[in-house]
Design a binder for this molecule. Structure first.
Ligand code: NDP
Length: 234
């Protein structure tokens, strides 16, 4: 059955791979962008998730064109790395405001319609760093760990209404976010990953479409790592 799907930050990177995977299965797919426009074939809405009014307007536009959002993928995210002693209040807040509060804003807006439909899937894109930690990533790790508590609380609130809230925790994926890492840092990461390589964004998308599918109806409040074994046991 075709569903209406929203992928925040679905205009590029991992989000675009996720959007394309849903498109391939025949779903109606909307993506947010902040001015780049939507990639070919996808329904684009301009939306900065740090602004609640823009989030509300984006959902209203999608509801008008594609119907209520049934599958929400909260993927948009940023990094702003530096060591704890150098990290400013602004750097901490900006990352939390996008990654954690932005996910809260879209989940809250989506959930009212999901409750009415008595069906919904919310998938938060976290990171291995959320539970494993990362030097220079106090803000980012805190924002990504927060998504686990958020998903589990939503599960406890809405689980009885056929709504699931799960977390996908990617390891190191080949995108613009990791392209900025030095070659030495990339080599170090590859050495630490049991799989011995970075992942392709499609490998994250496969986990997301699985969690959104009917076969995953009894998986709720779970953290699914897609990290080549990097974070085992966390
Ligand atoms: P990219 O940097 O390639 O893309 C980030 C996306 O987020 C863009 O679409 C960007 O939109 C969007 N975005 C950022 N800020 C906002 C905002 N305020 N409002 C709306 N959209 C925003 O990142 P990736 O594709 O690599 O990462 C996607 C997700 O996966 C992120 O949450 C990231 O933390 C997570 N992740 C990535 C890993 C990796 O190795 N790459 C590993 C683990 C997790 P715009 O084009 O307008 O800038």
């Amino acid at each position: 059955m075709a569903r209406t799907v929203l992928v925040t930050g679905g205009n590029r990177g991992i989000g675009l791979a996720i959007a394309r995977a849903f498109e391939k299965q025949g779903d109606r797919v909307a993506v947010t962008h902040r001015g780049s426009g939507a990639p070919e074939g996808l329904f684009g809405v301009q939306c900065d998730i740090t602004d609640p009014a823009q989030v509300d307007a984006a959902f209203t536009e999608i509801e008008k064109e594609l119907g209520p959002v049934e599958v929400l993928v909260a993927n948009a995210g940023v990094t702003d790395d530096t060591l704890l002693l150098r990290m400013s209040e602004e750097q901490f807040e900006r990352v939390i405001d996008t990654n954690l509060k932005g996910s809260f804003r879209v989940a809250k807006r989506a959930s009212s319609k999901m409750l009415r439909a008595k069906w919904g899937r919310i998938i938060f894109i976290s990171s291995v760093v959320g539970l494993y930690g990362g030097p220079g990533q106090v803000n980012y790790a805190a924002s990504k760990a927060g998504l686990v508590g958020m998903a589990r609380s939503i599960t406890r609130e809405l689980g009885s209404r056929n709504i699931t809230a799960n977390v996908v925790a990617p390891g190191f994926i080949e995108t613009e976010m990791t392209a900025v890492l030095s070659e030495a840092r990339q080599a170090e990461i590859i050495k630490a990953v049991p799989a011995g390589r970075l992942a392709n964004p499609d490998e994250v998308a496969a986990a997301v479409t699985f969690l959104a599918g009917d076969g995953a109806a009894y998986i709720n409040g779970a953290v699914l790592p897609v990290d080549g074994g990097l974070g085992m046991g966390h």
